[in-house]
Every structure is written in C-alpha cells, then in structure tokens.
Write a new protein. Structure first.
Length: 68
C-alpha cells in the first residue's frame, strides 16, 4: 500500500513503541550491574583443615594412579 509500516500514528502507541526498548535495555543493564557487584562482594571460601587433608589424600591417590 501507500503507507509503509513504521512508527504508529497514535501518540500513545508511538511513545510506547519508542520508549519500551530503552526501558528494557536499562533494566537489563541494571540487572547486570547488580549481578556483577554481588559477585564482587562475595567472601572467599575458606577451606577447613579437614577438607584440605581430604583433598590432599585424593590428590595423592590420583598421583599414584597416574605414575603407575
């Protein structure tokens, strides 16, 4: 037809169609920033001595298996 599909003629629909992508992009960016900041604030995991000894025994067993 004569009119090409583009921006809606109704002002409410036009504003909604032009603003919605920007609002979604801002929400995604804010969510990403919150995720990054929460990951940076997490405390480091402290391994107790019992877990370290257990892990060491496991590594020793793997090394024995690999050396034959």
């Amino acid at each position: 037809g004569e009119r090409v599909v583009g921006t809606p003629q109704d002002p409410v629909l036009r504003n909604l169609s032009l603003i919605t992508p920007w609002v979604i992009a801002l929400l995604v960016a804010a969510g990403g920033l919150l995720a990054i900041f929460s990951w940076r604030r997490r405390p480091e995991v402290i391994v107790s001595e019992g877990e370290e000894a257990q892990r060491s025994e496991f590594h020793d067993m793997l090394e024995r298996d690999l050396t034959g």
